[in-house]
Ligand binder design. Structure first.
Ligand code: HEM
Length: 121
């Protein structure tokens, strides 16, 4: 409703999102299964884009101006199980940064539909 704060404000805004994705990205880049996808992708660039996109999805003031998800991921041949490895890192980072389960799940629900633009079916 108009009177309730956005999820974005509730979690602490871009400061919290930057911390969450900073933690997640450090782990993702080291992962033995999915880390290789990110060779040559600057961490700071990916973090900025993920923060902006997620900010927009959870009611923040951002407008995502990065590349389209389908275009970005379609030639990578990402498998479904690899998608879930990435999601687990994002979830783990949210937990470590102190978000509640409810906040975690609300954010994951927003990210979930993007699955079909990232994996190779
Ligand atoms: C909900 C899941 C996902 C979201 C929200 C997401 C989001 C994004 C965003 C915002 C970018 C930056 C686009 C830009 O540069 O403007 C990106 C790039 C990228 N993503 Fe994802 N992604 C997801 C899943 C995955 C998965 C599962 C993988 C691999 C295991 C992956 C690998 C990559 C790579 C390698 C790039 C860099 C591509 C390039 O610069 O050429 N993504 N993603």
């Amino acid at each position: 409703s108009q009177t309730s704060a956005s999820l974005y404000d509730e979690i602490g805004g871009s400061k919290t999102l930057n911390t969450v994705f900073g933690v997640a990205i450090n782990r993702i880049y080291k992962d033995p299964v999915i880390g290789h996808y990110f060779n040559g992708v600057p961490k700071s660039h990916l973090r900025k884009q993920l923060v902006s996109q997620t900010c927009e999805l959870i009611g923040g003031p951002c407008v995502y101006e990065g590349k389209a998800m389908l275009e970005t991921h379609k030639d990578l041949n990402i498998k479904e199980r690899e998608f879930y490895i990435l999601v687990e890192y994002v979830q783990g980072a949210m937990r470590d940064v102190g978000l509640t389960y409810q906040q975690e799940n609300q954010i994951l629900q927003k990210l979930a539909p993007i699955k079909y633009e990232t994996i190779y079916l």
